[in-house]
Design a protein around this ligand. Structure first.
Ligand code: NAD
Length: 316
């Protein structure tokens, strides 16, 4: 896979990024040897970007990712790791004190001396002025200390990104991570891309499979999508299967098509899923996307296009 520039960070990342929330057993239990084999396969196939959080599986994802990377015994400068702060199993805490402790805890669990990216995790769950006035300044100090090289913000509603980026000093936030807004059923992120470019902020898009909606197995029980979206995605997956095709491959290719999005984070819990998702990227480069199937699936999902769900607190 050809690496892509990650905004203005100077980092170069694989278009398929490794979402490590499944390593926290978020989509079902994963034995340690399978986790190690999955990360190993990802590295072997050219994936160099790994995303985790202390929230995923209540710190389990960070520990398992750290163990798997150590087990793979690859040089530190050959992979890029992002983790997050502010969201925990116990709840949200974006205070300067908590996020400053959080990075030390994450580094200990990951077994690393620094992370490449430290994101504020799901900022819509606090007053956004706290992110602007307290959390980002604390993260800038962490950046100065060398424990994180770059700073990002994540969340579901797209309005959070403009709110924060319009209020922090230019250059203080390097990246945004948006999820479930650049896939076949929801492309709302596209409206923000020129704004983000003008701010010099890099774009990471997560959940190309809409957190399991665009898979044959369907979403986990906790999935927050409205029922009509779940039903439409299930019908689309069935349609692909009846034609002998995989909706996951179509969805991966679709999300990878936009070069302004540096990397697409997909959650993977087996070497086979890594292989299929990397194959989607390679096939996209060599033979493009199945236009006929895409148009059929887009037509089926048209009634629920850009349908999302509430996330976070009411902002003032
Ligand atoms: P996703 O859309 O990537 O879907 C993941 C699900 O699809 C898992 O059940 C996985 O096993 C399955 N899957 C993956 N490849 C498959 C394949 N080829 N065939 C069949 N099933 C396949 O959703 P996600 O995991 O929630 O998102 C990806 C990553 O992005 C996360 O792991 C996380 O790192 C990141 N993320 C971050 C935020 C945030 O910061 N707020 C939110 C969502 C996701």
């Amino acid at each position: 896979m050809e690496l892509r520039e990650l905004g203005g960070t100077g980092l170069r990342v694989s278009p398929v990024g490794f979402g490590a929330s499944p390593l926290g057993n978020v989509f079902g239990d994963i034995p340690r040897d399978v986790a190690r084999a999955t990360v190993r396969r990802a590295l072997d196939l050219g994936i160099n970007f790994f995303d985790t959080s202390p929230y995923y599986g209540g710190t389990v994802s960070e520990s398992v990712l750290g163990d798997s990377l150590r087990f793979a015994a690859v040089p530190r400068d050959s992979f890029v790791v992002a983790t997050k702060c502010g969201r925990y199993k116990e709840g949200f805490d974006f205070s300067a004190g908590r996020v400053t402790r959080s990075i030390d805890e994450s580094l200990a669990r990951l077994g690393l001396e620094y992370v490449d990216i430290l994101h504020c995790h799901d900022i819509e769950f606090t007053n956004l002025d706290q992110i602007v006035n307290e959390t980002i300044p604390a993260l800038l100090k962490i950046k100065e200390s060398g424990k994180a090289r770059f700073i990002g913000i994540t969340g579901l509603p797209l309005s959070i990104f403009t709110y924060v980026l319009d209020r922090v000093p230019p250059g203080s936030v390097d990246l945004i991570l948006s999820y479930c807004h650049y896939g076949i059923n929801d492309t709302a992120l596209v409206n923000l891309l020129s704004y983000l470019k003008s701010k010099g902020v890099g774009v990471i898009s997560a959940s190309p499979l809409a957190m399991g909606l665009l898979t044959d197995n369907g979403p986990p029980d906790w999935h927050p999508a409205p029922e009509e979206l779940k039903l439409a995605c299930r019908a689309a997956a069935d349609h692909c299967r009846k034609k002998g095709k995989r909706i996951t491959k179509l969805a991966m290719k679709y999300s990878l098509m936009n070069n302004e999005i540096s990397t697409v984070l997909v959650g993977m819990n087996s070497p086979e899923q890594v292989e299929e998702n990397v194959a989607a990227a390679l096939e996209l480069s060599s033979s493009g996307i199945d236009e006929e199937l895409l148009h059929e699936v887009e037509a089926m999902l048209e009634p629920v296009k850009n349908l999302t769900w509430p996330s976070g607190i009411q902002q003032a």
